[in-house]
Design a protein around this ligand. Structure first.
Ligand code: SF4
Ligand code: SF4
Ligand code: SF4
Length: 282
């Protein structure tokens, strides 16, 4: 049975038994080589469900907004499963309210080649699931931080020039924020006017603040699914900053996002023995 048939069979069974009220997945889009997020609410609708390399969104992002009637079924590739786990850990979702159909993943395509996130992905198999739609795939061993290491090796002028060049393309449409499962605050700092944390324009100063704060908010919470980059209409390279955050969190806290439920999130925990030197006056 191919993976789409397997997904459809599992979803049909869950919906027919009312074990879930909806299955969040993808269906074929109206444009060639594009799939679209699709919510199947009946066994007949479940026949449209697919998951292939044209499915570019991270489905976990719909878990914040979907109208809940009963348990939610969701297709979850490796990165999406890590996002679901992160949402459970951050108490945005109860484990028992979601049924995860795990999808061992072959990657997402962009412009005819494997997306940059998928090229260095080391968690293609879901870490959390109730059922698997296919046999597990082989995970690769790669240096996830080769690109970040090269970036760190550049001079501060070169790094600033890269950053300036990228953020100056930004039109503040917030598609990247909306595509991200870890961006779920009901009132985002970019939208607030009282207080107004920073300006609403797309001049370099305002846009830089948006990108720096967004990247910091992702520390220990980004799974490098690449959905934000793929959603950006201006081709802003968002991954350089989020990958740097991932590396910092791994080196400082030995923590990788979304890998297990028990491990404390580094920026949401403390110990009385924590080094506080940085708070003391010299
Ligand atoms: S990062 Fe890419 S290869 Fe890895 S699980 Fe996600 S979609 Fe699949
Ligand atoms: S910041 Fe981008 S890559 Fe990271 S979890 Fe959010 S959408 Fe995925
Ligand atoms: S999606 Fe791209 S253009 Fe839109 S706010 Fe994000 S970085 Fe800026």
């Amino acid at each position: 049975m191919n993976i789409n048939n397997s997904i459809q069979e599992k979803a049909k069974e869950l919906l027919a038994k009312n074990s879930v009220g909806v299955v969040v997945g993808f269906s074929k889009g109206t444009i060639n080589n594009k799939s679209t997020p699709f919510f199947a609410r009946t066994p007949v609708e479940a026949e449209k469900l697919i998951c292939d390399s044209n499915c570019t969104q991270n489905l976990a992002t719909y878990l914040h907004t979907i109208e809940r009637k009963g348990k939610i079924g969701i297709l979850a590739r490796g990165c999406e499963a890590r996002s679901v786990l992160t949402l459970i850990k951050e108490k945005q979702l109860n484990r028992e309210d979601v049924y995860i159909i795990g999808i061992p993943c072959q990657g997402v395509a962009e412009n005819g080649e494997l997306h940059s996130s998928c090229k260095i992905c080391t968690s293609k198999n879901p870490v959390i699931y109730d059922d698997l739609a296919s046999e597990k795939v082989e995970d690769q061993e790669v240096d996830r931080f080769e690109e970040v290491n090269l970036f760190e090796g550049q001079s501060s002028d070169e790094r600033w020039s890269f950053f300036e060049n990228e953020v100056s393309k930004c039109i503040r449409c917030y598609a990247c924020r909306n595509a991200c499962p870890s961006c779920y605050c009901p009132s985002c700092f970019v939208d607030q006017s009282q207080p107004s944390w920073f300006g609403k324009t797309n001049n370099l100063s305002d846009t830089s603040v948006f990108h720096i704060v967004r990247a910091l908010h992702m520390a220990g919470r980004c799974v490098d699914c690449g959905a934000c980059s793929r959603s950006c209409p201006m081709g802003v390279n968002l991954r350089k900053l989020t990958l740097k955050m991932e590396k910092e969190v791994l080196e400082r806290f030995n923590y990788t996002t979304g890998m297990n439920l028990e491990e404390a999130a580094p920026l949401a925990s403390f110990s009385a023995e924590d080094n506080e030197d940085y708070m003391r006056e010299e």
